[in-house]
Design a protein around this ligand. Structure first.
Ligand code: CUA
Length: 239
């Protein structure tokens, strides 16, 4: 009995600590949506895990010296209950995940299919060219192209038009929650709205040959005035 109390106490401490541990604030709307989903699912998964594990520990302890084990009796009500409960949980997980997938920052193609090409007309548009092995970023509104350095305005919607000159690559900015495969002969779309000025890493996330591991870039998020000044400066030096 004392053991059982200890196990219950320890589990309560674990639950308490996990509730207190506040996740770091997200650096983009994509990342915030993904983090919220993870948190939501954690609140479902944690009690379930504890329930299953505690039941297991209890049963092992309770029946550890059973010299006369009996086969279990059918219990249709119990079976229907746990099947329905599992089904309800899976539907909840499915719907939560689908809502995030349908987010126009996570899957811009869905919003484009619904609203046509004008869906993101007000966004800052950046053309991204992936090649073996590097990145080129072109700013549609200015005559500016950069290499291995992607500069983004903070708190502005940004649409990336992604193309590759050779094989399949994938743009991946973990801290901004951006990830999209880029296929030859097609223009893919990715979107974000970065919220925190700062520097982040960009990687290629698709094995694309000998230089794959070196195919990275720096993402710099600047506030609007610093971004405008940078773009103007680059336009002047390019012109
Ligand atoms: Cu490009 Cu890996």
């Amino acid at each position: 009995m004392r053991l059982r109390r200890r196990v219950i106490q320890a589990s309560l401490v674990v639950v308490g600590l996990s509730l207190l541990a506040a996740p770091a604030t997200a650096q983009s709307v994509n990342r915030a949506a993904i983090d919220d989903l993870n948190e939501q699912l954690l609140y479902v998964a944690l009690p379930l895990t504890l329930f299953v594990e505690l039941t297991l520990v209890y049963v092992i302890y309770r029946f550890r010296n059973n010299d006369d084990p009996q086969p279990t009796v059918d219990d249709p009500a119990l079976e229907v209950t746990w099947t329905a409960a599992t089904g309800a949980i899976l539907v909840f997980v499915g719907i939560s995940a689908f809502v995030v997938m349908a987010n126009p920052y996570i899957t811009p193609a869905a919003a484009q299919a619904a609203d046509g090409d004008d869906a993101f007309a007000d966004d800052t548009e950046i053309d991204v060219l992936a090649y073996q092995w590097g990145w080129e970023f072109s700013y549609a509104e200015a005559n500016v192209t950069t290499e291995e350095r992607l500069v983004l305005p903070a708190d502005r919607n940004v649409t990336f038009r992604l193309q590759t000159t050779d094989v399949i690559h994938a743009i991946y900015i973990p801290q901004l929650g951006v990830k999209q495969d880029i296929f030859p002969g097609r223009t893919m779309t990715a979107r974000t709205r970065a919220t925190d000025p700062g520097e982040y890493r960009l990687y290629c996330a698709e094995m694309c040959g000998a230089g794959h591991s070196k195919m990275d870039a720096t993402v710099v998020v600047k506030n609007q005035s610093a971004y405008d000044a940078w773009l103007e400066n680059r336009t002047a030096t390019a012109g």
